[in-house]
Design a binder for this molecule. Sequence first.
Ligand code: UFG
Length: 323
Amino acid sequence: MAKILVTGGAGFIGSHTRYFLEKQGHNVIVVDNLSRGYAESVPAAILRQINLKDTDRLIDLMRQEAVEAVIHFAAYISVGESTVFPELYFTNNVGATISLFNAMLETGVKKLVFSSTAAAYGIPAKVPITEDEPYAPINPYGESKVMVEKMLEWLDKYREFRAIRLRYFNACGAEPEAGLGERHDPETHLIPLILKAVQTGEPVKVFGIDYPTPDGTCIRDYIHVSDLAEAHIFAVEHLLNGGASDVFNVGTGHGKSVKEVLASVERVTGKKPPFTIGPRREGDPPSLVADSSKLQTKLGWSPKRAELDKIVADAWQFAENHR
Ligand code: UFG
């Protein structure tokens, strides 16, 4: 069992990963500046409120805690916001990450799992997407993640710095029994917005019904956050066992349309979610589905909660608990 530093462990995916790491017996320390995360998502004893840009404090912490590997979630994640304030994304997602890398190199901790994104592919030439699809981000958020991926390739080559880059597709769901779930402010993601529409009666807007897909709405690969969290455990254990750097998609391999998500919410909640139809949202590719067979074959991971109704049911229970 290892001592693992989780940055952004008060956020959505980070908090679930911390929970599963501890269940697995690992010793976790969380660094989060709480700018977008929630303190109540982390046991107080393991939370350190540190800004990642503070390299010296990171070095001190990593020495004191004898950290063996890092899982780096801390980042801003809103595509729309990144097109309004790109500098915020380069400062937080790239600048702060360089500070973390310097602290890691200084303390000799050279094992990292990095949160990357399907946004690295932009509008892919083929779906399902494999990891050899070229980098082609179409917004500053995606670019900020690609910049870090490229740095990691160089650090691997010249500094024996081993990293697993995980490219997430659409993270959703929750772990309601652990009090964990999705809470973004403002919320922009489809499933929590539909659930809110059911709770409040305020309609959710469907962004476009004229896409070249069977029902005209966009298709995404919705992956349960707990399956995503488990992928990090496989990744970090691979590195701790001396494994090589690599990059993996993390998705279920099954795409669902916006209309299929609405239907799932109706099945789970027993209520028809109110919705209106709006224009397309800028920058939305028609279909994004992962080919995650590489992760399954090489690391032995597989999604255990891939049914959309299971994902929606867990998200719904969390939303009802936090009404
Ligand atoms: N959608 C709506 N109405 C809404 C919100 C979303 O119709 O109010 C639609 C979108 O058009 C899209 C789908 O629901 O087709 C999913 O949208 P989300 O905003 O939930 O998620 P995205 O696919 O846009 O984004 C996700 C991650 C990003 C990541 C991206 C990778 O949240 O961080 O996948 O492509 F960059």
